[in-house]
Write a protein of this length. Structure first.
Length: 218
């Protein structure tokens, strides 16, 4: 007896299921690619917001860039809700209902190893109230006055990373190869670019000029 299910014979139903499975197998890679592209676009938007926030801070602090650490013992990072005026001053919004960065302008969805807020920090108890997937170029705050920066279109301000700051000697291990190995970076002049040449652990000399303090400023 040829039974029917929802108006289909068993053979017809199996054929329909096979066609659906085939179409799904064809569509899933495209959907995954589209998601990665959407994540990269969202990340670019986050970096533009961070750039805007930094320059609002700079305008309010007589042309000086924000520090990477604040507080009585320099224990609060630039993204924290305690002693950091970059956060307490409203330049970076505090997430509602918790101290995690997921879904905020501090969250790059292309960085897979986003630490949680209670992660041990640099060998000691973690004093940080948030975490971020974006590293701040420490060289910028070391020079203080941003208008002294030479070639602002070549100087990284923030980048996709697995740490909260970068320096010229460690950017090749702290910048994260997000977005299929081409991390996003926002530069001092405000443009966002994908670093398609980046290789995790690459030679320092290859990208040093983008971040190095010596020779980068007047």
């Amino acid at each position: 007896m040829n039974r029917k299910f929802l108006g289909f014979t068993l053979l017809e139903l199996l054929i329909v299921i096979a066609i659906i499975a085939l179409l799904a197998s064809l569509l899933l890679p495209s959907l995954a690619k589209a998601k990665k592209r959407a994540d990269a676009i969202a990340c670019s938007g986050n970096l533009r917001q961070l750039h805007a926030a930094e320059f609002m801070y700079i305008n309010d602090y007589n042309g000086c860039a924000m520090e990477r650490l604040y507080g009585p013992s320099n224990q609060w990072a630039w993204y924290d809700t305690w002693a950091s005026p970059f956060r307490t001053g409203g330049y970076v919004p505090v997430p509602k209902g918790g101290s995690f960065v997921t879904g905020t302008m501090l969250d790059c969805r292309g960085v897979n190893d986003n630490p949680e807020a209670n992660r041990a920090f640099e060998g000691s108890a973690d004093n940080h109230t948030h975490w971020t997937n974006y590293a701040y170029n420490y060289g910028v705050c070391r020079i203080k006055k941003v208008d002294k920066i030479k070639s602002p279109a070549k100087r990284v301000l923030f980048a996709d990373a697995n740490h909260y700051y970068i320096e010229y000697w460690d950017y090749n291990t702290k910048i994260y190869p997000a977005h299929d190995g081409a991390p996003n970076e926002v530069f001092v002049d405000g443009h966002v670019g994908r670093d398609k040449r980046f290789t995790y652990g690459c030679s320092l000399n290859e990208f040093r000029s983008w971040l190095e303090v010596n020779g980068a400023f007047d």
